[in-house]
Design a protein around this ligand. Structure first.
Ligand SMILES: [Zn+2]
Length: 122
């Protein structure tokens, strides 16, 4: 015997359900509290693909370019933002990036290490 609650759920067409979160949404779940991501034009980035600004901005800047490259830079910069300033491209940073990469983008996708055009501010 069905309850009225389950009949209601059965009546909801599948197209009403929330779409799965995108890779970008899932990457942003790793962004530390209080931080934001700003997409900047190439001219403002001066040849960099990403930048991480701790104090006082707490901002990650990404250069506007192709989406897969921007996702790679986002992983790279979130790795910086989650660690103390001065950590740089340390083995700990690389391990954290690898973990986020594997969780969201999958094991087989080419790596974040190609995206080292970055500035780590303070
Ligand atoms: Zn970096």
């Amino acid at each position: 015997m069905q309850t009225s609650g389950s009949r209601l759920i059965d009546a909801v067409p599948p197209t009403w359900s929330r779409p799965r979160p995108s890779e970008v949404d899932r990457l942003l779940e790793y962004l530390p509290m209080g931080w934001k991501v700003v997409v900047q034009p190439e001219a403002k980035m001066g040849g960099l693909w990403g930048a991480c600004w701790w104090f006082p901005l707490q901002e990650i800047w990404l250069c506007a370019r192709d989406p897969d490259a921007m996702k790679a830079s986002l992983v790279h910069e979130i790795g910086h933002a989650r660690l103390p300033p001065g950590e740089g491209h340390s083995p700990g940073w690389a391990a954290l990036c690898r973990l986020i990469w594997r969780e969201v983008l999958g094991e087989d996708r080419p790596g974040f290490v190609e995206n080292v055009g970055c500035h780590v501010g303070w």
